[in-house]
Write a protein that binds this ligand. Structure first.
Ligand SMILES: Nc1nc2c(c(=O)[nH]1)N[C@H]1C(S)=C(S)[C@@H](COP(=O)(O)O)O[C@H]1N2
Ligand SMILES: [Mo]
Length: 224
């Protein structure tokens, strides 16, 4: 009861007038700052048995690979502090993620030189595309911890990508498969009117006409 009431309460952005000079400079155009953590996804939150969960790698690689959760947890951990920006206009500053640096993960794979793009395949029926070069940055990771705690189910447990310099739909929760591709191909949102590049500072929200998303829609979503 209490929980539900809480959920129905609208999230409120930090009023623009309260932003410090530094915060103003960090906020991309058209975004509002929130101190909460909105929960956004299509479909139902998946549940997994970790002993059966796997991460698969396929496409333009010399050999397909399947990693167990245990194998991934044995890899070196990095910590990334970054700001995140959702196309529905909320931004959250100073989020801390721990996980596997994507660039380090690549060292375990034999990716063919022809591979130029990556499709992240996630549950339930979600995918998103990112250029491979973009994933070489030192803040792109496959995360399993957020702000010092294990990732919660709703935020993508057991593993999600975080690609901070792109709108947040490019960061797949419930990651299951990584596909290396020669040619680019649009993912779920990219096929549904969202911009292929998705740079928040360039305001690359839509590929064609702006989708009719009310500016305060995100304030009605679930959050924690
Ligand atoms: N698997 C999956 N990942 C997803 C989505 C989704 O629908 N399914 N939505 C994306 C969108 S639009 C956003 S804004 C972020 C939200 O992540 P959060 O719920 O942790 O804030 O997840 C992204 N990753
Ligand atoms: Mo989003």
């Amino acid at each position: 009861m209490h929980k539900k009431a809480e959920r129905l309460k609208k999230m409120k952005p930090v009023p623009a007038a309260n932003l410090t000079e530094e915060q103003r400079a960090k906020l991309p155009p058209g975004q509002a700052l929130t101190e909460k953590f909105p929960i956004l996804h299509e479909g139902e939150v998946p549940h997994y048995d970790l002993s059966e969960w796997t991460l698969e790698v396929f496409g333009e690689v010399e050999e397909n690979r399947t990693f167990t959760y245990e194998e991934l947890m044995a890899l070196p951990t990095v910590t990334v502090d970054c700001d995140i920006h959702c196309v529905t206009r909320w931004s959250k500053f100073d989020t801390r993620w721990e996980g596997i640096l994507f660039r380090d993960f690549l060292k375990l794979l034999k990716v063919k030189p022809e591979a130029k793009y990556v499709m992240f395949h996630a549950d339930p029926d979600y995918d998103t595309n990112v250029p491979l070069e973009d994933l070489m940055k030192d803040d792109v990771l496959m995360a399993y911890r957020f702000n010092g705690e294990p990732l919660t189910e709703k935020h993508g447990w057991p593993l999600r990508t975080v690609v901070p310099h792109r709108y947040f739909w490019k960061s797949a929760k419930w990651l299951r498969k990584i596909e290396f591709m020669k040619e680019d191909r649009p993912g779920f949102w990219e096929q549904n009117g969202f911009h292929n590049e998705a740079d928040p500072f360039e305001e690359q929200r839509f590929s064609g006409e702006a989708l009719p998303i009310p500016e305060d829609e995100w304030t009605r979503k679930e959050y924690d």
